[in-house]
Design a protein around this ligand. Structure first.
Ligand code: CMP
Length: 229
């Protein structure tokens, strides 16, 4: 699978010339992870960058009692592990495969070499890190300021933005997260998520069919003004 085409699809490398891509391919390692395997553990030391070639991962914080909060989910083309690589501190979160995934792994020294050769890579990483900080800010705001309806609505909106498909019916999310996963994204119980989703369905905001969820209306109205049930 180590082909140019794979690296071409990765945003932070897509501007490189063929010769540069081939050089990069010589120094990356490809590794497969099965669903549910732990790729990185919070607080471990590490100095490698991971790039998702295939699959999906979740970035999580775990409590000692085994409770988890999902900070983000990342998919094909995304990278992670840049924080420890850049600041030398332990891993800020754990990363777990949500699907069978193939990753490219680059060591710190090799990655810094690439950045020196092509500073555009660093710019692209900064753009992505800004996006992530925005999302993290939204999440802090949501956890501190919104009620359970607002929090679930905001999680659905973020999902619609990142993987929704606009259709005549509404925005369709094909592989929706489970109620437990939504609960772990917004810091409330699975039972509460089920109640909120059922209320959203009854009010005609969404339809859930198997693994699919359709969002009909502008849920942001709920997000900003609290629920009206
Ligand atoms: P690092 O700290 O090396 O290891 C865990 C990785 O998870 C981290 O680098 C980032 O790549 C990623 N990560 C941590 N927090 C977030 C977040 N809020 N959103 C997206 N990715 C994150």
């Amino acid at each position: 699978m180590k082909e140019r085409a794979i690296l071409r699809k990765i945003n932070i490398f897509s501007h490189l010339r063929d010769r540069e891509v081939d050089k990069l391919l010589e120094v990356v390692e490809e590794k497969d992870f099965t669903k549910d395997s732990v790729i990185l553990t919070q607080d471990d030391l590490g100095d490698t960058l991971f790039i998702i070639v295939r699959g999906k991962v979740k970035i999580v914080l775990l409590s000692e009692e085994g409770k988890e909060i999902i900070l983000s989910t990342l998919r094909e083309g995304d990278f992670f592990g840049e924080m420890s690589l850049l600041d030398g501190e332990p891993r800020s979160a754990s990363v777990i495969a949500l699907e069978d995934s193939s990753l490219l792994i680059i060591k710190r020294e090799e990655f810094l070499k690439q950045i020196r050769k092509s500073p555009e890579i660093a710019l692209r990483i900064m753009v992505e890190m800004s996006k992530r900080l925005r999302q993290a800010d939204e999440k802090i705001g949501s956890l501190a300021l919104l009620d359970v309806y607002g929090r679930v609505a905001q999680a659905l909106l973020q999902l619609a933005k990142s993987e929704g498909e606009k259709t005549k019916k509404g925005v369709v999310i094909k592989k929706r997260p489970t109620h437990q996963e939504i609960a772990n994204m917004v810091g409330i119980s699975r039972e509460t998520v089920s109640r909120v989703l059922s209320d959203f369905s009854k009010e005609g905001y969404i339809t859930i069919k198997g693994k699919e969820i359709i969002i009909y209306t502008d849920l942001s109205q709920i997000e900003y003004s609290g629920h009206h049930f």
